[in-house]
Write a protein that binds this ligand. Structure first.
Ligand SMILES: Cc1cc2nc3c(=O)[nH]c(=O)nc-3n(C[C@H](O)[C@H](O)[C@H](O)COP(=O)(O)OP(=O)(O)OC[C@H]3O[C@@H](n4cnc5c(N)ncnc54)[C@H](O)[C@@H]3O)c2cc1C
Length: 500
């Protein structure tokens, strides 16, 4: 008899949530994780006394009534992790003005109207429309149409344009097109587009991103982002689950067209049910093998765009950012222009996070953590000659090393425009490219949130796959991805395993 009922690939948020629900239902569960700690994108690493969140800046839906909070309650963990709301929404800084708003639509409209007074009427209407779209989106998420019976789904589809008119109208429309309908001022359009982070983002996803400002839906866990996966991993183990770290799944094995197990670190592990909470393309094309899948499914996987990855710069500073007047709210700094020498940078703005102002334990006394992030260009990543996939020694490639250094230093130059004197306070700097993200998370090209959020690319996969016995969890099953999506997908995957 196999030792486990279910093997889960990946100890990111989705894998850990799936695992916790399954052990609670009495299943014997093993999670294999390729790196040495849990969390995937939701990780925190330490160096020279500083603690850096690897990717995630804040978690939405972790307040009372939120989806993340309610799943943590299912596990009795809601009291264990303290979530503090961000002090204010992300500030938007231009070279000549600083736009600082308070939470809520009125706060956002007022701050933008102070900066662009001649557009205040349009700003009011635009943000009302954004908020109305967001409300419909929440209603839709709560309905969970994927779980409806066929008759219910038929009626749902029929009444969709009436009940969810904004979603139907904007789902395939770029936020930049909607913004252009409301505003003439180029500079304001640029600011509003930068607030959507990703190129060509659908207006519906744009509304979702701005729930942080509109609803104050952004929380930071005490101890750093990794407090969340650590709590989930510890609970999973305390309930009898097993996690093997530094254990990479290499192949899913089939016997008589049924899943018979996986090979991880060269060892065969027998099991009839596998949940992959790792990159979807690699799960199907490499681990399972495309010959096991319908042609259409395979061509989708090969054609769909993934979400933009990021370049990050992690800085340890030997100064107190609080003494310099910062409060811990993130900043979007929009430079006047972005040097064309850097075609790999795809974003309009530099994200500046100051997590040690949210939790003082992340930096030594009198010092601070500053994290810079800028979206990379997907087109560039698709044609990049350097590959971060297993087995390639890309880190030793001289060209790669030079580009990493140049982009990292350029991002610090941009940050220096926003925070003069920054360079002279740098005590430690670490650069991460999209390849670094791919190496640590397995996500193709370092994709940040599963599939692309572009208006013409609204894809997601079902947790139930065309391969019997193989299930999928994680940000590839939701759009938009993100930590809340990973939580929800983990719950749905566990339900599917238990009922399917
Ligand atoms: C730079 C960046 C910034 C972000 N900022 C935010 C933010 O502020 N807020 C937010 O909500 N979301 C943010 N996101 C998105 C969010 O982090 C992800 O969507 C979410 O964490 C995905 O969780 P997951 O469990 O689905 O997958 P992942 O976190 O990708 O976890 C997958 C896990 O599987 C493991 N794995 C992969 N392949 C194998 C294998 N073959 N064998 C064993 N293990 C394997 C990986 O090591 C990893 O631990 C950000 C993402 C990035 C990259």
């Amino acid at each position: 008899m196999a030792e486990y009922d279910v093997v889960i690939i990946g100890a990111g948020i989705a894998g850990l949530v799936t695992g916790n629900y399954l052990v609670d239902s009495g299943k014997r569960v093993l999670i294999v994780e390729q790196i040495k700690y849990p969390g995937g994108c939701a990780c925190t690493f330490g160096k020279q006394g500083y603690k850096f969140d690897g990717a995630v800046h804040w978690i939405s839906q972790a307040g009372e009534g939120g989806i993340v909070k309610s799943i943590l309650k299912d596990f009795g963990l809601d009291g264990e992790i303290r979530f503090d709301r961000l002090p204010a929404p992300p500030q938007v800084w231009l070279h000549d003005k600083k736009i600082k708003s308070s939470f809520g639509r009125e706060g956002v409209v007022k701050a933008l109207s102070d900066a662009f007074p001649y557009e205040s009427g349009n700003l009011d209407v635009f943000w009302k429309e954004t908020e109305a779209t967001l409300k419909q989106l929440w209603r839709l998420v709560k309905l969970q149409p994927s779980k409806m019976a066929p008759a219910g789904k038929f009626l749902f589809n029929l009444s969709f344009p009436l009940k969810f008119g904004k979603i139907a109208k904007y789902h395939k429309k770029k936020a930049s097109e909607v913004i252009a309908q409301y505003f003439r001022d180029e500079s304001l359009r640029h600011v509003l587009e930068a607030m959507g982070i990703f190129q060509d983002i659908s207006f519906v996803h744009y509304a979702w991103f701005n729930s942080v400002a509109l609803e104050g839906d952004a929380y930071y866990p005490a101890g750093g982002i990794r407090a969340v996966p650590d709590a989930l991993a510890n609970r999973f183990i305390s309930k009898g689950g097993e996690i093997r770290y530094r254990c990479k799944a290499e192949k899913i094995i089939f016997k008589d067209k049924k899943i018979a197990g996986i090979i991880a670190n060269g060892e065969e592990i027998s099991v009839g049910t596998v949940v992959s909470a790792s990159d979807a393309t690699k799960t199907f094309l490499t681990l399972a093998g495309e010959e096991k899948l319908p042609l259409e499914f395979v061509s989708g996987l090969k054609e769909w765009k993934v979400s933009e990855p990021f370049f990050y710069v992690y800085l340890g500073l030997n100064c107190s950012l609080r003494e310099k007047g910062f409060d811990g709210s993130p900043i979007w700094y929009i430079p006047e222009f972005i040097d064309k020498k850097f075609p790999m940078l795809g974003g309009k703005a530099l994200g500046i996070g100051m997590p040690s102002l949210l939790d003082g334990s992340l930096a030594p006394e009198g010092k601070s953590v500053l994290i810079l992030g800028m979206a990379a260009s997907c087109a560039f990543m698709n044609s990049c000659p350097v590959r971060a996939e297993a087995g390639t020694n890309y880190r030793e490639n001289e060209h790669y090393k030079a580009v990493k250094e140049r982009v990292g230093e350029y991002m610090i130059d941009i940050a220096e425009e926003a925070i003069p004197g920054l360079r002279e306070n740098i005590d430690l700097k670490i650069f991460a490219t999209p390849h670094t993200f791919e190496r640590y998370t397995g996500n193709l090209h370092g994709a940040s949130s599963g599939w692309s959020m572009a208006a013409d690319q609204q894809h997601k996969l079902s947790v139930k796959t065309p391969v019997p016995g193989l299930y999928l969890a994680g940000h590839w099953t939701m759009n938009p991805g993100g930590v809340p999506a990973a939580f929800v997908s983990g719950k749905l995957a566990a339900e599917e395993v238990l009922t399917g």
